[in-house]
Design a protein around this ligand. Structure first.
Ligand code: ZN
Length: 151
């Protein structure tokens, strides 16, 4: 596994719409492994492929330690409620803010074995799912931030 460089806000890569993965190749599996290592090294709870300069619809999330969720071609298929909580981003170091997100989100995605699965999250997991999926469409949390927090 290898640690990848995290792209920071201001880089065009973060504003592009990512392409779907049509075939899960060994390169994609290596990318997933490297993204997990990079996310953990940076103490993040989520990382999307464009954040490491790869314009593919891939994201990893680890909200509960040891429970990594790998998402290939993820789509939100249901959402409900509303929450307003704090968010940050590994690509926007030093900035934090309150965003408005659904309280519950269900995402359908493909796993590393090419199998479709669904994951439903509330609270932090719901925020992480929305945040990482936004990255795949070139959106950042500061776009939907309703209040910036100062320390
Ligand atoms: Zn982010």
């Amino acid at each position: 596994m290898a640690k990848l460089k995290i792209v920071k806000m201001g880089d065009d890569t973060l504003r592009k719409v990512c392409r779907p993965v049509d075939k899960i190749t060994p390169r994609i599996l290596t990318l997933l492994d490297d993204m997990v290592e990079t996310m953990r090294d940076a103490n993040g709870c989520g990382l999307a492929a464009p954040q490491v300069g790869i314009l593919r619809r891939i994201a990893v999330i680890e909200v509960e330690e040891g429970e990594v969720i790998e998402l290939i071609n993820p789509k939100i298929i249901a959402f409900a409620g509303e929450q307003q909580e704090q968010e940050g981003c590994l690509s926007i170091p030093g900035r934090w803010g309150i965003t408005k997100r659904p309280a519950h989100v269900t995402v359908r995605a493909t796993n590393r074995h090419g199998e479709e699965f669904e994951v439903t999250g509330s609270e932090l997991l719901a925020r992480a799912l929305c945040h990482e999926l936004d990255h795949l469409d070139g959106k950042l949390f500061v776009d939907c931030m309703i209040e910036e927090l100062k320390d």
